[in-house]
Design a protein around this ligand. Structure first.
Ligand SMILES: O=C(O)C1=C[C@@H](OP(=O)(O)O)[C@@H](O)[C@H](O)C1
Ligand SMILES: C=C(OP(=O)(O)O)C(=O)O
Length: 428
């Protein structure tokens, strides 16, 4: 188990185009390449544990992956027909990989077993298994199909109208993938718009996926889709750690280049702006998605309430909690019960670790309340969760922190520590 020591380094103006590539889009690139009959060209694919698992899985299903000289550039050639792999498909730590693949494999001829690490094996899967089973899918697993390992036998599925109770892009994407092979037009409805990369990318590939507010209509795919030709932008959820670093240091500045600017992904930056940080978005280009630069300048921060559009900032809440701890006054997070079923129970992980830093926190079933104050040095438990490890590493640029069990950072952001060393003193 590796430990990371981070200490403040003084004022900084830091600019980078090296933030990790977008994880959500990278997973989708690997899986969606199977929907075409021609090679997809993917540039800047995220070379982190989660998305490398997905790449290995699609390879086991029959795709051929050609690497190019430039790192992260792949040509992915789909097989004529998805093969039945002899071994289990290992999703590692990735909920996105497991849930999207459930939807895709539920329609493929053959038997498939999805598994993951001990954290993923305790995350709920019936949110995807149940709606898929209701349209004819054969899915089973521990606890009546709620926990991996999951066994899936592909079937021809019925078209559906499904109203999801949770705003989850993983549930939505799994059902869209199943609907593309169903026997009629399907509709999916969610309570709040979750990230919409699947809809945008599939439309770009020629699929008839029509979004109207919270409703998506999916027409069955009559012929193979067009291949993807995409350069994956940098991940705003990964960039957000550095945004918080700027926000908690008055007078400091961070510039993040080539970031994905999808509105469902940059809400946390807008919360930093509400707290008093200066945040600007400079849109530059658009390919499937809007992409550009984000500049964050540290100013004195005030506490805020975060209770709406939670799915637009769900992954950033742990890092945002560090900004809350450094702000004047109270900050409150509500309606965020989904945090409890991520790589760790992130409500509990944030609350326990902030208390170790002598910050006053109250825990609720669906969130927490933080009274801003002076962070004290502490030894932090990552709970094996990459976002907890990186959030408290950023706190270390303000007050020395020691973070235990940091290997998990490799699931989404392998060069995080290298970038962190530009704004903090690091010892491993
Ligand atoms: O679809 C995706 O790529 C993701 C969706 C979100 O999960 P939920 O769909 O469970 O909210 C998010 O937390 C995860 O990091 C990535
Ligand atoms: C929740 C996350 O990912 P996943 O659900 O894919 O494991 C995350 O990266 O914060």
């Amino acid at each position: 188990m590796k430990t990371l020591h981070v200490k403040p380094k003084g004022d900084f103006a830091f600019a980078t185009d090296k933030i990790a590539s977008d994880k959500s889009i990278s997973h989708r690139c690997a899986i969606f390449s199977l929907l075409s009959d021609q090679p997809s060209l993917i540039q800047n694919y995220l070379l982190a544990e989660d998305t490398l698992c997905t790449l290995k899985i699609v390879e086991a299903l029959g795709v051929t992956i050609q690497t190019h000289e430039e790192k992260g550039v792949f040509t992915i050639t789909p097989p004529i027909k998805v093969g039945e792999p002899p071994l289990i498909l290992d999703c590692g730590n990735s909920g996105t990989a497991m849930r999207l693949l459930m939807g895709f494999l539920a329609t493929c001829e053959g038997f498939f077993v999805l598994h993951g690490d001990k954290y993923l094996a305790s995350r709920p899967m019936r949110r995807v298994a149940d709606p898929l089973r209701s349209i004819g899918a054969h899915i089973d697993g521990r606890n009546d199909g709620n926990f991996a390992p999951l066994g899936i036998r592909g079937e021809k599925l019925n078209a559906f109208h499904y109203e999801s109770k949770i705003a989850s892009a993983q549930v939505k994407s799994a059902l869209i993938l199943a609907a593309l092979q169903a026997n009629g037009i399907s509709t999916f409805c969610e309570p709040e718009l979750s990230r919409d990369h699947s809809e945008r990318m599939l439309r770009g590939m020629g699929a008839k996926v029509i979004s109207e507010g919270l409703h998506v209509s999916i027409y069955p795919q009559e012929k193979p889709l067009q291949p993807l030709n995409i350069r994956v932008p940098s991940d705003p959820s990964s960039g957000f750690f550095f945004a918080v670093a700027a926000a908690i240091h008055e007078g400091c500045m961070v510039t993040l280049h080539n970031m994905l600017l999808n509105p469902t992904r940059i809400e946390a930056y807008k919360v930093l702006a509400r707290m008093g940080a200066e945040v600007s978005f400079i849109e530059k280009e658009s390919q499937y998605e809007s992409v550009g630069d984000i500049v964050i300048k540290g100013k004195s921060l005030q506490g805020v309430e975060v209770s709406e559009n939670i799915s637009w900032l769900i992954d950033e809440l742990p890092a945002l909690s560090i900004a809350f701890a450094c702000a004047k006054g109270k900050s409150v997070v509500k309606n965020a019960e989904e945090l409890r079923v991520k790589e760790s129970d992130r409500i509990s992980s944030v609350v326990k670790n902030l208390r170790l830093c002598h910050i006053e926190v109250q825990e609720f079933a669906d969130g927490y309340e933080v009274e801003g104050g002076m962070l004290q040095s502490a030894t932090i438990n990552s709970f094996g969760d990459h976002r907890i490890a990186m959030s408290f590493a950023i706190a270390g640029t303000k007050t020395a922190m020691c973070i235990e069990d940091i290997e998990c950072i490799n699931t989404s952001f392998p060069n995080f520590i290298e970038l962190l060393s530009q704004i903090g003193n690091i010892e491993l």
